[in-house]
Design a protein around this ligand. Structure first.
Ligand code: 1PR
Length: 568
């Protein structure tokens, strides 16, 4: 292909930049991967999707001589699009595991968000941009929500203001993108924007400089971090071995028929594609038999991820079976290897359920961080205690400075356990629940007048209760490196009577990382209720969408009309 239809891509292999490649090809360009510093110097247009730890990236760039070539290329004002870390590395240094020197082209130091103001770190979700100077490639993005996942950011200053083209507010007003001459660093909002041309328009504007603005975004559409509405797809093999979307009723996924077959709602890739089009802010796959199968052997699941990630451009979470594993041949696979395969297949976040409970129990027993647990292994590579991580999948986000925080979701299930007095509780989460005491159901099932409930963690898809409570688990996994908590409540799962607001409030008040409310959504009002009564950052639902009772857009319109910030 002529050099004019080639994009030189600097992908130094720190992670999956699949969506960048998909987008470049979608816009009609071929890709030439950088192999040597000369490839950088000879590029007609260079895109640098930065994924990975600041220090590790700089180490690769310095060792290969690419750091010097990059500086020369940018100083010659050649067309350059830095994405995420590709932007961050241009600054003087980063405090991530640092200080670590960057390329030093932009004055400023990248530092960690200050969570003291009650802002949950990592900053996850769809937030608003403030365009601060003319930057054609962002023309279609102003006033739109774009997705952020990060714990670090750089701040505008007198020394770097000539570079800054947009900012975003999250406690701090941080730099969201920069531009000088032909050097534009931002990330393109991916996800639905690709299809709705916002994300693609940014890349299109970079690759086709003579192109014009697609559409002026609606003024005032976005003002702050939006609450997220997440669609969840429980998947498992049915009795014929096909990987299908199913849905439990308090985790029971079998039909009440003579055959007692696994409930089969349809094909995972099709469901995910439809929910993406319907406006889901994220999509979660939960491989509900993963706890007993070997994920890396579950090729259909990996294939579902690969196919889905080609057409769904909102964050994809996958959970099920992520733990250390030894296969039938005695081959050992670490949880890091299992998670990495999910990432390479297209996942953006992973969710650890059962193993997180065992890990937390062990830590509570010994008080020792061995560094060998699934949470520690994975968060060390993709996110550490300070949650600096590199996101596996390159999110073309409108911004960013920051490390992507691999969100090691902790996906735990709880059952409410009734006790007659707090002394029986195994958990600080035992609580007098006005809802329970007022609940006729409670009185019927608790003839002995129990007044307290604690939330017991379960594993293996709710099949086994463990001697650890919700409160302890949440605090422990946050300490071990989880970046977000997906909170399932078996009692409410599939009931359609609303989220367990008591549980969600207990947990979202207990941790400083984002919490996703899950289980029980049955009406649009349940979403506004959980956001009003708890500090949940997102609400996840399955049955209400699968049963086509309420479209995702109706939930968002309801939230919007209730004055709750959502991405429309
Ligand atoms: O334990 O790390 O292998 O992960 C297994 C994952 O699969 C965990 O996230 C576990 O919660 C989930 N899981 C296991 N068994 C089931 C089951 O249903 N038999 N499903 C299961 C979890 C819950 C979702 C959703 C809400 C929404 N399904 O459907 O989280 O409950 O439901 P609703 O809106 O319909 O009420 P591991």
């Amino acid at each position: 292909s002529s050099s004019d239809s080639v994009v030189t891509l600097l992908d130094y292999g720190a992670g999956n930049v699949r969506s960048v490649r998909n987008a470049i090809r979608f816009l009609g360009f071929d890709i030439k991967d950088v192999q040597t510093p000369e490839d950088i110097l000879n590029a007609n247009r260079l895109i640098f999707p930065g994924v990975g730890a600041f220090a590790a990236a700089m180490d690769v760039l310095n060792k290969t001589g690419m750091a010097e070539a990059l500086c020369t290329y940018i100083e010659k004002d050649r067309p350059f699009l830095g994405i995420c870390l590709g932007l961050q590395l241009l600054f003087e240094s980063s405090k991530e595991n640092g200080p670590v020197n960057g390329l030093g082209l932009i004055p400023g130091v990248v530092g960690r968000f200050d969570s003291s103001g009650g802002f949950r770190v990592p900053h996850i979700g769809w937030n608003a941009l403030q365009i601060t100077k003319d930057s054609e490639i962002l023309d279609d993005v102003g006033n739109c929500h774009v997705y952020f996942v990060h714990s670090y950011r750089a701040m505008p200053s007198e020394d770097n203001k000539e570079w800054v083209s947009s900012t975003c507010n999250y406690g701090d007003k941080f730099i969201a993108s920069i531009r000088r001459g032909k050097c534009a660093c931002s990330s393109i909002p991916s996800g639905e924007e690709w299809r709705a041309n916002v994300g693609l328009s940014v890349l299109r504007r970079f690759l086709y400089p003579e192109s014009t603005m697609l559409k002026k975004p609606t003024e005032g559409q976005a003002s702050q971090l939006a609450k997220r509405v997440i669609a969840c797809l429980d998947v498992r093999a049915n009795d014929k071995g096909d990987l299908v979307v199913t849905k439990g009723d308090q985790y029971d996924v079998r039909e009440n028929t003579k055959e007692n077959e696994v409930r089969n709602l349809g094909k995972p890739v099709e469901f995910a594609g439809q929910y993406y089009k319907d406006g889901a802010d994220e999509i979660s796959f939960l491989n509900i038999t993963g706890f007993r199968d070997f994920p890396l052997g579950d090729l259909p699941m990996l294939q579902v991820l690969r196919l889905t990630s080609e057409n769904v451009f909102v964050p994809l979470t996958v959970g099920g079976g992520i733990r250390d594993f030894t296969d039938a041949n005695g081959r050992y696979y670490s949880s890091l290897e299992v998670a990495s395969e999910y990432f390479r297949s297209g996942a953006d976040k992973i969710s650890i359920g059962s193993d997180a409970v065992y890990v937390a129990e062990e830590y509570l027993k010994t008080g020792v961080k061995t560094g060998k647990s699934s949470l520690e292994q994975i968060s060390r590579v993709y996110g550490n205690q300070l949650i600096e991580c590199f996101f596996c999948r390159q999110w073309l986000l409108v911004l960013i400075l920051v490390e992507y925080t691999l969100i090691v979701l902790d996906d735990v299930e709880f059952k409410a356990i009734r006790v007659t007095n707090p002394d029986q509780r195994l958990s600080a989460s035992a609580m007098r629940s006005p809802r329970f005491t007022m609940d006729i159901f409670w009185l019927l099932v608790c003839p002995n007048g129990e007044e307290y409930a604690w939330y017991q963690c379960t594993v293996s898809g709710g099949r086994e209760g463990r001697p650890i409570g919700a409160y302890e688990l949440a605090k422990t996994v946050e300490e071990l490196g989880a970046g977000e908590i997906l909170l399932n409540c078996i009692d409410c799962d599939g009931q359609g009577k609303g989220f367990d607001v008591d549980l969600i409030k207990l947990i979202s008040d207990a941790v400083s990382i984002p919490v996703i409310a899950s289980s029980g959504a049955g009406a649009v009002e349940h979403f506004s209720e959980v956001f009003r009564k708890t500090n949940a950052s997102a609400a996840l639902a399955a049955g209400i969408f699968h049963r086509k009772e309420v479209p995702i857009q109706s939930v968002k319109e309801h939230l919007f009309n209730e004055g709750i910030e959502v991405r429309i």
